[in-house]
Design a binder for this molecule. Structure first.
Ligand SMILES: [Mn+2]
Length: 357
């Protein structure tokens, strides 16, 4: 099997650039294993690979990136970066136009007077969206962490507890189970706040009869998980019950209808059609899902723009939701991966049949 760097070099040759400056911390990590997130760039030529970082990380880089030459060049020292690049005997340098700061781009390109620069953003992201068996195992573990945490936190939700307290319990739960951190700001949205698809936890206190949407993830060994469940504290009213069942069926239908050859758009369409037919098309205001890996939102997109075929090795979310202003909302999100032409759900041990606490 080709290494990640070999695949990247192959793509660079196709683009007719002979080297690349990698500036996104996710891609730095993906290609090198370096975890000093944000404090290193990579410089890759057809023959060599360098990690540029500062004195705080030299020992760490040596341990984490045995295949790289380590250079004591801080990411903010544009003069040193440009000087180093010009010594490499390269002409055409790829840069990540989707991940380089304007200042870095401006300074480095101005100082590298003998080189040309070409935008290559997205190449590594495309390689990243097909995961190896090892990567899938890590995401599986990150999923186990959130599933166990979800099952545990159900016992904590009571009348009078605030959304922030629930979020704190979730975050303690995932850290306790080995996560390095959360993969994004924890969402806990109860009652009317459930109508905010991304309602991060507030001081609002949870009341009887409300739905509570919890959307959270674990960042574990460089990879993310992502799960959402909506539960009820006490009996929901008719309308919320109906909404819950529509979302649940849309989630299941999308998962069960998956077939080889489908794109993200096809899968999105299945859930969207179901929700529209139930009368809530306008209230399902976001895409069905997204890829998950080093980043919590990455390729492939499971939306109307998702033209990538969904194939083995991809991991993505299936997360239909319905949001009604003034009333509340429901979202049910699973992570899935393609195995033998079917979807294997990595979060299946978090129950999704209606839970009334
Ligand atoms: Mn998600």
């Amino acid at each position: 099997m080709k290494t990640r760097i070999e695949l990247f070099r192959e793509k660079l040759r196709e683009k007719e650039v002979d080297s690349a400056l990698v500036t996104s911390w996710q891609n730095v990590f993906y290609l090198s294993g370096f975890t000093g997130f944000g404090d290193a760039f990579l410089f890759i030529t057809q023959q060599a690979q360098y990690i540029l970082t500062d004195s705080r990380y030299l020992v760490q880089a040596k341990e984490e990136c045995p295949d790289f030459d380590i250079k004591n060049i801080p990411v903010s020292d544009y003069g040193k970066i440009a000087g180093f690049i010009q010594e490499q005997n390269v002409k055409y340098i790829g840069f990540e136009d989707n991940h380089i700061s304007f200042l870095t781009y401006k300074k480095v390109t101005e100082l590298c007077t003998n080189c040309s620069f070409a935008a290559i953003g997205g190449i590594i992201e495309d390689i990243r969206c097909i995961k190896s068996a090892d990567e899938i195992e890590i995401v599986r573990k990150a999923c186990d962490i959130v599933v166990e945490t979800f099952n545990d936190v159900l016992g904590f939700i009571k009348e009078g507890v605030s959304e922030k307290e629930v979020a704190a319990e979730i975050e303690y739960g995932i850290r306790k189970r080995g996560a390095d951190k959360t993969s994004f700001d924890t969402i806990v949205a109860s009652g009317y706040r459930g109508a905010l698809p991304h309602g991060t936890a507030s001081d609002k206190v949870i009341k009887k009869g409300e739905a509570i949407t919890m959307d959270f993830g674990a960042f574990y060994n460089g990879y993310c998980s992502d799960i959402t469940r909506t539960v009820f504290l006490g009996e929901p009213d008719e309308k919320m019950r109906e909404i819950y069942n529509v979302v649940l069926n849309a989630n299941k239908k999308a998962i069960d209808s998956f077939e080889t050859g489908m794109t993200g758009r096809d899968l999105d369409q299945i859930a969207r059609e179901y929700i529209s037919n139930a009368g809530y098309g306008d209230e399902f205001s976001h895409g069905l899902g997204h890829g998950v890996g080093v980043q919590v939102h990455e390729e492939p997109r499971i939306t109307k723009y998702g033209d990538k075929e969904l194939v083995e090795g991809m991991i993505f979310s299936i997360e239909p939701g319905i949001y009604v202003e003034g009333l509340g909302g429901v979202r049910i999100e699973d992570l899935a991966t393609v195995v033998d032409g079917k979807l294997t759900v990595l979060t299946k041990n978090a129950p999704k049949e209606m839970i009334i606490l």
